[in-house]
Design a protein around this ligand. Structure first.
Ligand code: 13P
Length: 349
């Protein structure tokens, strides 16, 4: 039972609100070693520690990026790295007024006995790791759980074990003075339609918020990072941004308490423009929802940057320009004021 927030909870609430402040969103740059290797290999760059560092420096040192970015999610290796002048990355971000965050889950493993399902690991020793990351400057964290839609998936058990772990993580974060971003991702893989995605997302969010409540997590001091409600990647169904906005918000109104300060979407395999247009459609709806609707994109912010960079110093300027542009488009989508004409300016520049 809770009434007014205590001092620790009030401090968490201030950080959570700062992450979803007007016109800004989060850059997810917390790709694990396997994922960043895939991204770098796609542009023929070796995934060495120095190349990973140089790429992250390109992102974080982009001029004026703080106009559109409130926080950055880092990976364990990255939070320990420095820029080329020897300044630790968390400090570089803080000097720009950007809040450093950290991915603390250790990835997913197959859920024994439940073919096609997974559970996210990383709870053991988490309190100690949180204290360490807090000393390095992290003020928020991320934990991702993954749900696949299939003929009989996800199962009740698959949903339950992940919801339980998400709430264990969130409660631990808050006890250690860190704002938890709770990320239950219903994947786009499959040929299901948008209604099916809505039903599964609703079931997942119900279970997640039941566990968060049961484990005493303070809603004011957390953020939710969900998927948008979308048809599967292999579905033939075509949907308008307005249909996505309507289905997504209907689902959240039924499941997400109004005390949660913000919903920060993942992009999950949407193209950069799709992710922007759909966020914009949600923020353009007449009936304002109780939470800030923002972004915490990985691929949708970084894809054009990687393509432009190609691992070459002479491309850094152009790559940073494209990153700034993409972030500004999403910044505009936060108030429903994005328009496709903004993209033409980028091509012309
Ligand atoms: P995407 O936007 O690429 O889905 O990444 C966001 C993220 O942090 C996934 O955990």
């Amino acid at each position: 039972m809770k009434t007014k927030l205590g001092n620790n909870e009030a401090a968490l609430a201030i950080t959570a609100q700062a992450l979803v402040v007007t016109d800004k969103g989060i850059l997810a740059a917390d790709e694990s070693e396997g994922t960043i290797k895939k991204r770098l290999t796609s542009i023929n760059v070796n995934s060495t520690e120095e190349n990973r560092r140089a790429y992250r420096e390109l992102l974080f040192s982009t001029p004026n990026i703080e106009e559109a970015v409130s926080g950055v999610i880092l990976f364990d290796e990255t939070i320990h790295q420095n820029d080329s002048e020897g300044r630790p990355f968390p400090q570089l971000l803080q000097e720009k007024g950007i809040i450093p965050g950290i991915k603390v889950d250790k990835g997913k493993i197959d859920l024994p006995g439940f073919a096609g399902e997974s559970v996210t690991e990383g709870l053991d020793g988490l309190g100690i790791r949180l204290d360490h990351y807090r000393e390095l400057g992290a003020r928020f964290a991320k934990w991702r759980a993954v749900f696949t839609i299939g003929a009989h998936l996800p199962t009740r058990t698959g949903i339950q074990v992940n919801a339980h772990a998400l709430a264990r993580y969130a409660a631990l974060c808050q006890a250690h003075g860190i704002v938890p971003i709770v990320e239950p991702e219903v994947l786009m893989d499959g040929n299901h339609d948008i209604d099916h995605c809505e039903l599964v997302t609703e079931a997942v969010l119900q279970a997640v918020f039941a566990e968060l409540l049961a484990q005493g997590v303070t809603y004011e001091g957390m953020l939710l990072k969900p998927n948008m409600v979308l048809p599967g990647k292999d579905s033939q169904q075509s949907v308008t941004p307005e249909q996505v906005a309507e289905a997504t918000l209907r689902c959240f109104r039924r499941t997400v308490p109004a005390a949660v300060p913000g919903i920060v979407f993942l992009s999950g395999g949407q193209s950069p423009e799709e992710a922007t247009v759909r966020l914009n459609a949600m923020n353009a709806l007449d009936a304002a929802p109780p939470w800030e609707l923002s972004f915490s994109y990985g691929r949708a912010l970084q894809q054009p940057v990687l393509q432009a960079w190609q691992g070459k110093e002479e491309n850094v300027f152009n790559a940073q320009h494209l990153f700034y542009h993409r972030a500004k488009c999403n910044s505009a989508a936060r108030s429903g004021s994005y328009s496709p004409q903004m993209e033409e300016v980028a091509v012309a520049a």
